[in-house]
Write a protein that binds this ligand. Structure first.
Ligand code: PLP
Length: 396
């Protein structure tokens, strides 16, 4: 191993950079998870996390990666053979579908082209045809991390309501929570799945189920096998500030700090910052003469931007050059997008100058790898950031 001076640029779309304040909050001896000190912190975190999901309802916290929370959402609310309607936004929607099938659920995919968010009208049309209410849940990925396309969850809710359909709405916010505006209650979501390692600025290892009353009701009759993921025991213990098994104590201390930081900045400002960085990144991509994968401007993501590779050079060769020359990690194209795109993560603990450093690394990498492009991407991004800063100053 060789020492690389300066900080590594971790610009994959999660896990993201963990701020020092979160690292310091976790840097402590392991403690008694049944003692009063832990209990006070757990109560604070279990209340605080609700604000991040914009819900008044309980949020379950698992010591697990996001995949665990996907599974928890399904096994708590559904029964073997239930039909789940899912939307093919990309790689992660496809993985959630596979997981559902392994659990013994029937799935139906509305096909997508991996360049758009979910089409709420198509979801509404399908539900209207389901007069017998065979479909028990609709699952949508809010921010598809493999493509950088956002689904309009409020519109999906409206489509479900317009169809007069009782299906549960389940949403994956693993790469949008704490980055993009997301409203569990206002959008009538029944189960929201989240993870710690992206907008929440924590290491991987925690994941979440925010749940509605309707989801809790459904869990009373749902018969898929579950034990570790079961909500009922968790809710009963959480009420007292404890967990039914050993929680990830140090990560919870980190989460406590992260929630505090998001509140200090203000959620509205956090969302505006991510939108600004998305806009500046897209301006850079356009100036380079490259193409953003997400084809619908209304679906552009503030968390990440996926860029289509032009010419002969594969995206992985470009990423390799950028890693070796500039010590920056960019996201790879996943499954059918492998080597065709690279993904720039601009979420989490990230500011204007981090973005300019990131885009500078990409622009130098394009040059060093001989990828056909025009200069001026970083300049274009700076222009967006400067004008946004001026606008914010006028509004202040
Ligand atoms: N869903 C989305 C949108 C993701 O981005 C990811 C991981 O990146 C997952 C689900 C799976 O989460 P994990 O890898 O934490 O299990």
């Amino acid at each position: 191993m060789t020492y690389h001076a300066g900080r590594h640029f971790l610009q994959i779309p999660g896990p993201t950079n963990v701020p020092d304040r979160v690292l310091r909050a976790m840097d402590m001896p392991t403690m008694d998870h049944r003692g009063p000190e832990f209990q006070a912190m757990a109560k604070r975190v279990l209340t605080g996390i609700r604000t991040i999901f914009q819900t008044e309802n309980p949020v379950i916290i698992y010591p697990a990666s996001g995949t665990g929370a996907w599974e928890a959402a399904l096994v708590n609310t559904l029964s073997p053979g239930d039909l789940v309607l899912m939307y093919e936004t990309g790689h992660f929607a496809s993985l959630w579908k596979k997981l559902a099938e392994k659990l013994g659920l029937k799935t139906e995919f509305i096909a997508g082209d991996w360049r758009h968010g979910a089409d709420s009208a198509a979801i509404g049309e399908r539900l209207k045809k389901d007069a017998g209410h065979e479909i028990k849940a609709v699952c949508v990925v809010h921010n598809e991390t493999s493509t950088g396309c956002v689904s309009q969850i409020g519109e999906v809710r409206k489509a479900i309501d317009a169809a007069g359909h009782p299906a549960l709405l389940m949403v994956d916010t693993i790469s949008s929570l704490g980055s993009l505006d997301y409203r569990h209650d206002a959008w009538g979501v029944d189960v929201t799945v989240g993870g710690s390692q992206k907008g929440l600025m924590l290491p991987p290892g925690l994941s979440f189920n925010a749940i509605s009353n309707k989801a809790i009701e459904a869990s009373k009759t749902a018969s898929l096998a579950r034990s570790y993921w079961a909500w009922d025991e968790m809710l009963a213990m959480n009420d007292k500030g404890f967990f039914p098994f050993t929680p990830a104590t140090n990560l919870l201390y980190g989460l406590d700090a992260a929630i505090e930081m998001l509140h200090e900045e203000g959620l509205a400002n956090v969302f505006a910052r991510h939108q600004r960085h998305g806009a500046a990144t897209r301006a850079a991509v356009e100036a380079w003469g490259l193409e953003v994968l997400c084809a619908e401007p209304a679906h552009h993501s503030g968390s990440l931007t996926a860029v289509l590779m032009p010419g002969e050079t594969g995206a992985d060769a470009l990423r390799k050059t950028i890693l070796e020359r500039f010590d920056m990690s960019l996201g790879a194209g996943l499954s059918k997008l492998a080597d065709k795109i690279f993904r720039i993560g601009h979420l989490g603990d990230f500011n204007d100058l981090t973005l300019i450093g990131t885009l500078g690394g990409v622009e130098m990498g394009l040059e060093a790898s001989g990828v056909p492009h025009q200069k001026g991407g970083v300049d274009a991004a700076m222009a967006v950031l400067v004008s946004a800063t001026a606008k914010e100053a006028r509004q202040a």
